[in-house]
Each structure stands twice: as structure tokens, then as C-alpha cells.
Design a protein around this ligand. Structure first.
Ligand code: FO1
Length: 325
């Protein structure tokens, strides 16, 4: 069964690990992951691709279980040395092991290789067990329009500074993907959507992860017109994000932080949106009727991913719902 998933960082990666590595998934699945690259950033002259790396490390067995980003058993000696030199950004957690990935990626990009080929080469080592493709080979960095905390002036800052340095506490007026208008889907992205038996939206950030992928010219239309059913899993449980700060992102686009509002935001495929199915947590089961009224088939299941097997059980529920068994 060919599954194509649109995924962001930590939540998406953990769900995909359940889909591909849990003994609770009782089907052969061939997964292509279209990953968000809006979080990507140049740091100390190196190109860092947080969502590609979170997925690659999580599925490849190298992820820091505690953080959900960067490597297990990481040290930050280089970061500390840079801080002694008083070189910014001191707020960015550049790990020593992680550094090797950024060095190879940057050298390869500078040699002219596209990000999609560089990602394939990195995956030769990590063997994530999925075909990992960036949403685009062109730069589409998410920047956030805020009122500067000191001057009060309206400024745009890189998503990572807003997310890490300010903990998404500065009210975001707008998200802008720099470079989006000239970006194209990376090679293989549209084919992966057209050839899928199932299209999955894991519980990633609906605004800055899934939303950014959908904003790449051509991807939203491909999904709307795909023959495969589209099923999403709510990243919001009991009116709060499972992790991360998706609520700060949803607020910025005037979408309420609840499972039904996110479904409405994605829209049902029967009237111009992208969802055929929406899985919510049992704590939100009182909104099943509201979601069904949108023209989206909804089910309430346990959505908290405590380990690989619970993520696997979620994945199985998603497959059962779509396959009707
Ligand atoms: N997230 C943090 O909260 N603090 C960090 O210092 C940090 C560093 C970092 C370095 C490499 C990387 O691949 C991811 C990193 N992240 C960090 C996560 C990153 O901000 C992600 O983009 C978000 O978690 C959203 O996916």
C-alpha cells in the first residue's frame, strides 16, 4: 500500500515511526514523506533543516528522545565555544553530532546538489525506511511578523527565532514564506501525491508545517485532485496542542485551538478543502457531529502517542477507517 504523508517536525516524525516500525501496524506500507522546509535556517553559515532532520533521525534511530530534535547523547561544545566568542545566534541549539549533518548538507548544496538529492544521500546512512522528500528544493523560509519586544516596531523575524528565542510568546501578526512565489514542488512530490493509495496528514503543526507544505505552488491542487483518500489526525487534543506551540500559530490565522476548528480550516474535499477523514481524540468526541456536518468523516480514538506502539495503534486506526475494516 503506497502512503504519502505530509509531515512537519516532532509530532509528525513520531507518528510516522508508529506507521513504519510498530508491530501494531498489520499491513505492508510503502511510505513517501513530503517534509516541511519552512523551518530551515542558515546558522553560522550552515543550512539547518529541522523537520527533515527530525524525521530522518526519528525514523533512523538517532533522535534525542527527550527533545524530539537533534541527536541522542548530544554535546554542545561547539555551541558553547561560539558563545564565548559572543557569536549570535547563541539561542540556537547547535549540537556537535548534529553539526556533521549540517556540514555535509551545506557542502553538498554549495557544490550545486539540490536539497532533495542531499536528503537522499543523508538517508543512505540513516535508512529511515521511507522515501523522504523536501516539499521544495527552493528556499521557502517561514518568517513571522511581530511587534519587536524592545522597539515595538513591526518586524519580520525568522520562525526559529520566534519559536526558540521567544518561545512563540510574541503575538504573530502573519507568517510569510520567503521565496514561496518562485518555489516548485521538489522532484517526486507531485508523483507521490498522484500515485498514493492514501494521503496522510500526521498530527503536525497545521499552520507552519502542513500549511507551509500546502502553500508550495501546485501541492494543494494536487491533493484536492488526488484519487487517494485524504485522512488527517488532529494535533489538538482537548483544546490544546499535544506538544509545541501550535496554538500560537492557529491564533495568528484566527483559527480556534480545537480539533473541529482545525478540520474546518483544512476543509472537506467535497467543498474545496482537502480532508475526507479526520481522526480526533476521545476527549473531543462531542465535536464529531460538527465535523461530520462539514462533510468530513470523523472518528474519535486515543491520539496520545506515548510510544511507538501507541503511534502504531493510531496509524492502524487511520488505515482501518479509510479501508473500512
Ligand atoms: N528547538 C528548540 O526548542 N530549541 C533549540 O535550541 C532547537 C535547536 C534545533 C537545532 C536543530 C534542529 O534540527 C532543530 C532544533 N530545534 C530546536 C527544533 C526546531 O526549532 C524545530 O523547527 C521546531 O521544533 C518545529 O519543528
Amino acid at each position: 500500500m503506497k502512503i504519502t504523508a505530509l509531515a512537519g517536525g516532532i509530532g509528525g516524525a513520531r507518528f510516522l515511526r508508529g506507521l513504519t516500525q510498530s508491530e501494531k501496524v498489520t499491513r505492508e506500507v510503502d511510505v513517501t514523506v513530503i517534509a516541511n522546509t519552512g523551518d530551515d535556517i542558515w546558522v553560522h553559515g550552515l543550512r539547518v533543516c529541522p523537520d527533515l532532520d527530525s524525521i530522518m533521525y526519528t525514523l533512523g534511530g538517532g533522535i534525542s528522545a527527550e527533545r524530539g530534535w537533534g541527536r541522542e547523547g548530544e554535546t554542545f561544545t561547539c555551541k558553547d565555544e561560539l558563545a564565548i566568542y559572543r557569536v549570535e545566534p547563541t539561542w540556537f541549539g547547535l549540537g556537535d553530532k548534529d553539526l556533521a549533518t549540517h556540514l555535509i548538507r551545506t557542502t553538498s548544496l554549495n557544490a550545486g546538489y539540490p536539497l532533495s538529492e542531499v536528503t537522499q544521500a543523508l538517508c543512505d546512512r540513516w535508512k529511515p525506511g521511507v522515501d523522504l522528500i523536501p516539499m521544495s528544493d527552493q528556499r521557502c523560509e517561514t518568517h513571522v511578523v511581530v511587534d519587536h519586544p524592545e522597539t515595538g516596531a513591526r518586524v519580520a523575524m525568522h520562525f526559529q527565532e520566534w519559536w526558540i528565542r521567544y518561545g512563540a510568546t510574541l503575538p504573530a501578526h502573519e507568517f510569510i514564506q520567503v521565496g514561496l512565489d518562485t518555489a516548485q514542488p521538489a522532484p517526486g512530490v507531485i508523483d507521490a501525491i498522484n500515485n498514493a493509495d492514501l494521503i496522510l496528514l500526521p498530527p503536525s503543526n497545521p499552520v507552519v508545517s502542513i500549511g507551509t507544505i500546502l502553500a508550495v505552488p501546485g501541492i494543494l491542487d494536487a491533493i484536492r485532485n488526488a484519487s487517494a483518500p485524504v485522512i488527517g489526525l488532529s494535533p489538538i487534543i482537548d483544546n490544546a496542542p499535544v506538544r509545541g506551540m501550535a496554538d500560537a500559530c492557529l491564533r495568528a490565522i484566527n483559527v480556534e485551538t480545537n480539533a473541529a476548528a482545525v478540520a474546518r480550516h483544512y476543509g472537506s474535499r467535497s467543498n474545496g478543502g482537502i480532508l475526507d477523514y479526520w481522526l480526533i481524540d476521545q476527549r473531543d468526541s462531542d465535536s464529531l457531529g460538527e465535523i461530520e456536518e462539514l462533510g468530513i468523516t470523523a472518528r474519535a480514538i486515543p491520539l496520545l502517542m506515548t510510544d511507538v506502539n501507541s503511534a502504531g495503534a493510531m496509524a492502524n486506526s487511520a488505515l482501518d477507517l479509510v479501508l473500512g475494516n
